[in-house]
Design a protein around this ligand. Structure first.
Ligand SMILES: [Zn+2]
Length: 276
């Protein structure tokens, strides 16, 4: 029998309703994680905006969609050092913010008059990751978890599963469906040092805005071995504490990625020290 050479290529034509749900394995576990992870998600926009004025963070632009009736107040609250362009569309307004040293002006970025690679560069996406992402998109992959696993040096294929043994935990993208991620792009590899740099600078900014506990919890959560399986447009995701289901690319056969090796048991929540 001939193997279908396209079997690893997802078919994004599948039109599924939007799926995004998660469940905690125990009530006690939910109580331990819910608040810090929610605080993490709430802090992400403030951190991204603060990054624009931070010397060490690579981000130079941020695109925000805000209610039109609040747009003027939101802009008035920003530092005058941030350049702003806006596009008003009835009840929603797009704001394009740029740092003082961004090589492109916000109007050009707002109108997408800059190549996708440069758009990513100004957002702080490392060249290696931007190039890889462009390739994934050209291959029809929009949630390239499998491709990233294949591009990670410590990944081993065992029993048809991709086992990533030694990733940078802070780059775990598998919970990004929930907003639990330190990067807002797909790294080229789970061991990409430049993506890790972006992530750790982002972690530092969380501390600076007073959300240290949230950032430490998110980091600890991402460090936990995570199981991801993608099949027919749906991803099933789990770690010791949480189970989730989300849309992904449509894989012809089931693909499994184990981020940071294996887990089987429910983690011991009492041992989590958020301040360590
Ligand atoms: Zn990279």
């Amino acid at each position: 029998m001939m193997l279908d050479p396209s079997r690893d290529e997802p078919d994004v034509s599948l039109d599924l309703p939007e799926v995004s749900k998660h469940n905690w394995k125990e009530l006690e576990i939910r109580d331990a994680w819910d608040d810090p992870l929610e605080s993490f998600v709430e802090g992400r926009r403030e951190v991204a905006q603060r990054a624009l004025l931070d010397e060490d963070h690579p981000r130079k632009t941020l695109r925000r969609l805000v209610p039109t009736e609040r747009a003027s107040d939101i802009v008035a609250d920003m530092s005058e050092e941030i350049d702003v362009a806006r596009a008003v569309d009835d009840d929603k307004t797009t704001l394009m913010l740029t740092s003082p040293d961004c090589p492109a002006d916000p109007e050009t970025l707002l109108d997408w008059d800059v190549s996708p690679i440069d758009q990513m560069k100004y957002r702080g996406v490392p060249d290696c990751c931007a190039t890889a992402l462009t390739q994934h998109r050209a291959n029809g992959q929009h949630d390239p978890i499998v491709a990233i696993a294949r591009n990670t040096p410590s990944t081993e294929e065992r029993g048809g599963e991709l086992v990533v043994e030694d990733p940078h935990p802070i780059l775990n993208p598998i919970w990004a469906y929930q907003g639990w991620s330190f990067v807002d792009f797909y790294p080229c590899s789970f061991e990409c040092d430049r993506a890790r740099e972006f992530a750790s600078e982002t972690g530092r900014l969380f501390r600076e805005i007073g959300r240290d506990e949230a950032a430490e919890a998110a980091y600890e959560f991402l460090t936990e071995p995570t199981y991801w399986s993608g099949y027919h447009g749906l991803a099933h995701v789990k770690n010791s504490w949480c189970i989730g289901e989300y849309n992904t690319d449509d894989y012809w056969k089931e693909e499994v990625v184990r981020f940071n090796g294996y887990h089987d048991e429910v983690g011991d929540v009492s041992s989590i020290d958020f301040n360590s």
